[in-house]
Ligand binder design. Sequence first.
Ligand SMILES: *[C@@H]1O[C@H](CO)[C@@H](O)[C@H](O)[C@H]1NC(C)=O
Ligand SMILES: *[C@@H]1O[C@H](CO)[C@@H](O)[C@H](O)[C@H]1NC(C)=O
Ligand SMILES: *[C@@H]1O[C@H](CO)[C@@H](O)[C@H](O)[C@H]1NC(C)=O
Length: 408
Amino acid sequence: MALRHLIFGAAWAAGSAVAASVSCPTNLPLSCQNTTAVSNTCCFNYPGGQLLLTQFWDTNPSTGPNNSWTVHGLWPDNCDGTFSQYCDTSREYTNITAILAKAAPSTLAFMQTYWKDYQGNDESFWEHEFGKHATCISTLDPECYTNYQPTQEVPDFFTRAVSLFQTLPSYDWLAAAGIVPSKTATYTLAAIQAALTAHHGHNVIINCNSNGELDELWYQYNVRGSVQTGTFTPVDPVGSASTCPKTGIKYLPKSGTGTTTTTSKTASATSTSTKSTGAASTTPAGVLSGKGYLYVDTSSTTSDGFLISSGAWYRAGGTPATYTATPNSDGTTFSLSSSKGKCAILSDSSLSCGASVSTASSFAYDGTHLTFQGSAKFYASAVPTGQTQGTIFTSTQAVSLAIAWNSQ
Ligand SMILES: *[C@@H]1O[C@H](CO)[C@@H](O)[C@H](O)[C@H]1NC(C)=O
Ligand SMILES: *[C@@H]1O[C@H](CO)[C@@H](O)[C@H](O)[C@H]1NC(C)=O
Ligand SMILES: *[C@@H]1O[C@H](CO)[C@@H](O)[C@H](O)[C@H]1NC(C)=O
């Protein structure tokens, strides 16, 4: 019991000493926005005054929960977008996990789910982020601490990065604008930017890999006070531009739940990577079975959206309904149902799912889209806006669309 108290007492004392030692005057300017020189770089981030909270969307292999982006890092860029790195080789610690286990266990627990290395080696990823970037954050400098204890700045850095990340739920912000992971849908850079800017208040750097797949977001801030205890103010980015194409951006689903901790490294990463490459290719033509989502593909990616459980087209946010595909005995078609009931094309040619549907219609799948009586063409009278739910028809209407399947 005494030992237990000692351990918790020590951890608590370390945490509180940190906060006390970096209390800063409140009248200092925002970093990168000073009009005269500020000499106290323990309370004013300089030269790295543009702080970036960066996030990953890893799908090959997948990391982290399937409905969340993960942390990449918290980086101090200079005000002109250039940056320094590896600013203090004497602080390239090799025991980040041990330091956090002692001084910031709840931060560590969060990181074990949301700050993931795609090769499964979280410790070395965290060491890299600290050694390369955190050592260049002026307010984390050992000389900024009274009675500095070795590694004292480590929990400060990771706790701040995590708390900032928690204010940036990119997955939810994108989903609220109808931008959800899909193997088939594509999105425009403008739509992604608009969805994020609506919350952050400023442009965000949106990055894609060489296949045009969305994989990284950079949120920029200036800071009043220290990184440890100061106020982060969103700003427009200064420096590199988004690397995504203007149109046709893919936002691939993560495979699995991603919540299991990867312990065995190379072998499991390799096999996951092979598997998810296979899964990313389109479902072969034929009979669908099992659970999945139905997405609407239109000629303009900004109008896309998904089907809710009634079979209606919706674009204003929320999440797609889960549909169940059940193979029919003919061996070439399947029926669909949602939580509302069976799905059918009614006599007015509208798609409807619900308790009033007594006989499910037969659908097929051409490898890309759902088909009904040999055609993948579906229609609506208009692209739904706001909270409107658009009825989907098989007979010709003003807006032409197709329906993609994304198995769960
Ligand atoms: C802002 O402060 C830094 C650090 O003291 C200084 O080098 C820089 O010249 C200042 N900027 C302006 C516009 O005075
Ligand atoms: C981590 O390593 C540093 C030396 O780099 C050492 O001072 C510190 O005590 C270690 N911390 C833990 C919790 O092992
Ligand atoms: C994410 O994982 C959960 C838990 O396994 C699963 O129920 C859900 O369908 C998955 N969501 C997506 C979008 O893949």
